[in-house]
Design a binder for this molecule. Structure first.
Ligand code: NDP
Ligand code: 8X3
Length: 250
């Protein structure tokens, strides 16, 4: 049985990816800050499958917390075959000149530094075993900046750069590195971004957004390719979304 570590598994894409991976018989290490959500998901997956789930509750913005949680992994979960770097957020949506420093810090510390912290811990184990696979959840916002997207877009451009960097540096060790770049998907993303349920709902008015399963199925495609095939990046959007600024809404 293989083992996968999924960050941000307490909701949205991460939760759906964890469920999908359980159907492919991966034992799972699931991480997030909301331990109650992770415990409920662990119970559900273990009741529905034969896989074992280990939860790690920590704030990925803190390298100290990330290291402490990682170093607590039981030996049987230490052979990580697949790392899904999914934890992330957008905080606020302001013009550059009015942006809030605490929002910028939260996005940079989670989407960029958090991804780095956990990847720096997992990759030496993959290098030692000369195998492994990493899937970074980027965004269409990592390809094209949009008004008021500024720092969120910058963090996702960074994820794209780090995906390329990991692929190059880990190439000699047989480690596959991919990214998935979704457009608009209805998860808790907009609620977290705006902190307001009505504002969050309005983001999805007039068109059918992606859902978490669409992203889990995209990850499923990547992990089920033959050994010699690496998928570099998949851009996936709702049909109504042409790019970050062009929409056809009913
Ligand atoms: P959700 O808000 O539903 O999920 C985000 C996940 O990240 C949660 O499990 C959350 O867990 C975790 N997370 C956030 N901050 C931290 C932290 N400091 N420490 C640990 N875990 C954290 O959003 P999505 O599922 O939509 O987002 C997942 C990824 O997809 C993000 O990287 C996002 O940028 C990206 N994305 C989303 C799109 C969308 O339209 N929804 C489109 C393109 C990309 P907890 O709060 O419990 O810690
Ligand atoms: C999330 C998609 O368009 O809100 O990465 O930036 S968008």
């Amino acid at each position: 049985m293989k083992t996968a570590l999924v960050t941000g598994a307490s909701s949205g894409f991460g939760e759906a990816i964890a469920e999908m991976l359980s159907k492919h018989n991966y034992n799972l290490i699931l991480t997030a800050r909301r331990g109650d959500r992770l415990s409920a998901l662990k119970s559900k997956i273990e009741a529905e499958s034969d896989v074992q789930v280990h939860t790690l509750v920590f704030d990925i913005q803190s390298n100290a917390e990330t290291e402490k949680a990682f170093n607590s992994l039981p030996v049987k979960f230490q052979s990580i075959d697949l790392l899904v770097n999914n934890a992330g957020l957008a905080a606020g949506m302001d013009t550059f000149d009015t942006g809030k420093i605490e929002d910028w810090d939260a996005m940079i510390d989670t989407n960029v530094k958090g991804l780095l912290y956990i990847s720096r811990l997992v990759t030496p184990w993959m290098v030692e075993r000369k195998s492994g696979q990493i899937i970074n959840i980027g965004s269409i916002a990592g390809r094209q900046v949009y008004p008021k997207g500024n720092v969120y877009c910058a963090t996702k451009f960074a994820v794209e750069a780090l995906t390329q960097a990991m692929r190059i540096d880990l190439l000699p060790h047989g480690i596959k590195v991919s990214s998935v770049s979704p457009g608009s998907a209805e998860t808790e993303f907009s609620l977290v971004r705006f902190g307001d349920a009505d504002k969050a709902k309005a983001v999805y008015n007039g068109y059918k957004p992606l859902n978490a399963n669409d992203i889990a199925e995209t990850v499923e495609f990547i992990i089920t390719r033959p050994c010699h095939v690496n998928i570099g990046d998949i851009l996936i959007t709702p049909v109504a979304q042409g790019d970050t600024m062009n929409w056809f809404k009913g």
